[in-house]
Design a protein around this ligand. Structure first.
Ligand code: DGY
Length: 323
């Protein structure tokens, strides 16, 4: 019997190991591409695919699924899965999976580095030196905000939120959080304090949002929330751009309602070359690199491959996300 085809339209790190694993049970159509495939080339691959292994830059909606007559599995190489129309996948009997756990610590490293970079103006200072602006030590040069001892408010306290709190604890930060459920173990072990969102926004020096993008969280941070923040507080987001009303964030920054922002994610990625953030020195902008280390991306690809194996071999995948 012919093996099912697994289509991987993008480059994956340590591909040899992953491909060898997949080839045990599938024919693998692997495209060693950094850039997105041309749409028609993607659809050609999809036509034969029983399994699809993708990053979250590939949006899988109804019109895409119409071009995938054999598809049984979509395995995201990402923890977030807002790129997938889950209801439509489920309706068509297609299983979907994500890759939690393996990227938790790496993403927390990056999110916490945005706290440091924002408070201590790292990107701005680097640009200042490299562009030849540094002509001498000045008493008020690049004064920033202390991170140690400051109050960090974490909105959305899942695995990554908890890993960020552990880092913040090492910096002797006072940690507030808000979440759908209480995390009593972390409350006891890390001394984090559960507070209503409004109180978190009012008291925090750094407000960090770490929630998945869903219809419930879309634009959950908007004018009202920025209006509650302290004028010298920073807003940090390494989850999904869509959870923030970007126009409201731009207003808050322009009207100096808050001190600055550290952002790894945006409403539209990549952001437009004329986006207002790009001319704001108090906004650190990163190109969605939360999980971007060699080790972690390799682990994510392997986890996606394991989920693929389970589905195509008739077992329940560990990381099934269909409702
Ligand atoms: C994730 O895993 O969700 C990262 O943000 C990459 O998309």
């Amino acid at each position: 019997m012919a093996k099912p085809v697994v289509f991987i339209p993008s480059k994956i790190p340590e591909e040899e190991k992953v491909l060898r694993f997949l080839e045990e049970f599938a024919e693998v159509d692997y495209r060693d591409e950094e850039e997105m495939l041309d749409e028609e080339v993607f659809y050609e691959g999809l036509q034969r695919a029983s399994g699809l292994m993708i990053y979250s830059r590939n949006k899988i909606r109804s019109h895409v699924l119409d071009r995938a007559p054999l598809l049984k599995a979509v395995c995201n190489i990402a923890v977030g899965y807002d790129n997938l129309d889950l209801n439509e996948l489920t309706r068509r009997g297609i299983a979907a999976t994500n890759t939690p756990d393996v990227l938790t610590e790496t993403t927390a490293d990056l999110a916490f580095s945005l706290v440091l970079a924002s408070g201590r103006r790292l990107a701005e200072a680097d640009h200042f030196v490299k562009s030849g602006g540094w002509n001498g030590w000045l008493p008020s040069l690049m004064l920033g905000k202390d991170v140690h001892g400051a109050t960090l408010g974490i909105i959305g306290y899942g695995r990554i939120g908890s890993a960020i709190a552990r880092r913040a604890k090492g910096f002797n930060m006072n940690i507030l959080y808000n979440n759908l459920v209480r995390e009593e173990r972390d409350e006891q072990e890390l001394g984090i304090q559960f507070v209503p969102v409004e109180e978190l926004l009012q008291r925090s020096d750094f407000v960090l949002v770490q929630v998945p993008l869903t219809p419930q969280t879309e634009k959950m941070i908007s004018d009202k929330q920025f209006g509650l923040m302290k004028k010298d507080a920073y807003f940090i987001n390494a989850s999904r751009g869509g959870v923030v009303d970007e126009a409201a964030l731009i207003r808050a920054l322009q009207e100096k309602q808050i001190a600055g922002a550290g952002l790894d994610v945006f409403e539209h990625e990549p952001i437009d070359k004329t986006h207002p953030f790009l001319s704001m020195p108090n906004v650190v902008t990163l190109p969605h690199i939360g999980s971007a280390t060699w080790q972690t991306r390799a682990k994510m690809a392997m986890k996606a491959a394991e989920n693929m194996a389970a589905i195509l071999q008739g077992r329940r995948p560990v990381n099934l996300v269909n409702p």
